[in-house]
Design a protein around this ligand. Sequence first.
Ligand code: ADP
Length: 629
Amino acid sequence: MVLTLFLCLMCVCASALVWLGWKVVEQDSTVETQRVQGRLESAADRIVAALDRSLQQTGDFADARKPGPGEAFVVISGGSVEILPPGALAFSPAQSSEATPGPDVFREAEEFEFDQHDLEKAEATYRRLAGSKPAEVRAGALVRLGRVLRRQRRWPEALKTYDELGKIGSLSLASMPAILVARAARCSVLEESGQQQALQHEARALWADLTGGRLVVSRPTLDTYSDELRRWIGSLPPPPDWDERLAVAKAAATAWRAWRADERGAAGGRRFDLFDGSPVSVCWSSRDGAWQARLAGPSFWRRLWAGLGHDSGTTVRLTGEHGELFFGTSPIKGPTAFRAAAMTGLPWNLTVAPAGDWARSAASGARRRLIVAGFIVFALLLAAGSYFIARSMVRELAVARLQSAFVSAVSHEFRTPLTSIRQLAEMLARGRVDLEEQKQRVYELMMAESDRLRRLVESLLDFGRMQSGAYQFRFESLDGQEWAQAVVEQFGETVRTAGYVVEFAGAVNGAHIHADREALAGALWNLLDNAVKHSPDHKSVRVEVGSAEGKVEFRVIDRGIGIASEDLKHVFERFYRGGNATQAGIKGAGIGLTIVREIVRAHGGEVRLESTPGVGSVFSLILPVQEES
Ligand code: ADP
């Protein structure tokens, strides 16, 4: 009952411990999650601020004329388009307006050329006009002169004319730079005249200048000449930054068109978008008829974004209004901090997530492991403590049971001789025994019974002293065989009347032992008494004395009831009584063999036992032989 209560209590404690441990770990992970979230939130705020600063910078026109890496600046004013750095855009967002010569300048020459088919006169007129002052007239005349010369298949002269045209430089002819017109015309001449090698050379050079940013033209011009060039030289790969410059140019052109389409002509604006999948920002303003735009291209943004979150150990994802991914990976697992575009005023939704595995930080993992380990150790200690307490409780309960059995057994032991003595004394007192011989017999019986009582009391006292370690041994040198024979003879006397025969066989002469005569006699007596007690049918006991390897062995052999194998290892324990004895109703207190073992150990010897139920037992006292001095 007590044990059950104790075990229940321990179970409750263990459950409480497990629950507590679980709560602590749970709380720790909540705190950890909050810490991670807090870190992400502050990182998100810092990133928003950094992006905002960059965005401000890309919208600031104060230093727009010195664009940084990945940036461009475009001014469209009147008929001119200025791009900084030159070539930053793959094409010009607007066409440069041309200074077209009046319609009458070339009428006369064109009449010669087309109506009268007088190429000579036409040539002479164009040559005269090519010598005039205004550059646009000169250019127009050279183009037409080249045409006339080509019609006459005068290739070298045609090439020379286009050379001259090319020298006029930046001037536009029908929205195309004169230099482009001149170089393309040279390629046509080379093609017509069959000069393949020179054609390839010049066409490739022109392609390199067109795509390399040295010759920036409008989108339709670029498309037209690209087709033409591809026809001559096949398809050639553009330079590596072509896509970037194309995206920037598209952004500028889109912004420019939007501004022009806006009737109210907004003074400024900002736009951020993907062009062919590349992010470009354009910020424009217009003043006094001039339109200017500051652009930041994909390389600018990708570099900026790639640098975000490094200081806070986070990764960044930017998405557009419609969920389009500008930067980062998608989707992100685990904790994140989110900033909507509407909240921040940025053109992107921002998601910040932990980079690497700091969210599952080593320190917190170690701390949690430590807590769990602590609780496990605690639980183990509790379990071990409970086990030992329960075990000792079981033992104590067993001892308590044995003790109460001992008390009742001892009481029985006392009662039998006391009752006998009392009956014999009563017989004497009432004069029921007349004959002297009978009286003598009664006295002897009374003596034997009182002797039994004395032995019992002494063995109890010895047991008490031995258990407390207060027993005083008085050692002397004894002849082992002589001593044993005396004890056996004395014992034989006491049991003879009950019909028992105790045989003695000694094969050792003069082997001495160092022993307490009385105590050792008590031990041997105990074994003899047990042998007789446990041999109800076979009334002969044999004692043998032998020696070997410096030891003397006293063997008490009976052919009694024997001891069950499960009892063998317990019979020397205090208060223990074997099942054989209790079932056969043999009296005893369960301390005899305990005393025997204590005595023999005090003599530096040991007790051995061999027994077979129904066959008999052999108890051996093995003691060291005393060295001859
Ligand atoms: P008890 O007072 O019961 O004899 P002991 O300590 O002397 O106490 O013996 C313990 C138990 O050992 C006995 O109860 C009995 O079961 C067993 N025992 C001892 N000696 C013998 C023997 N010679 N033959 C059979 N059983 C024995």
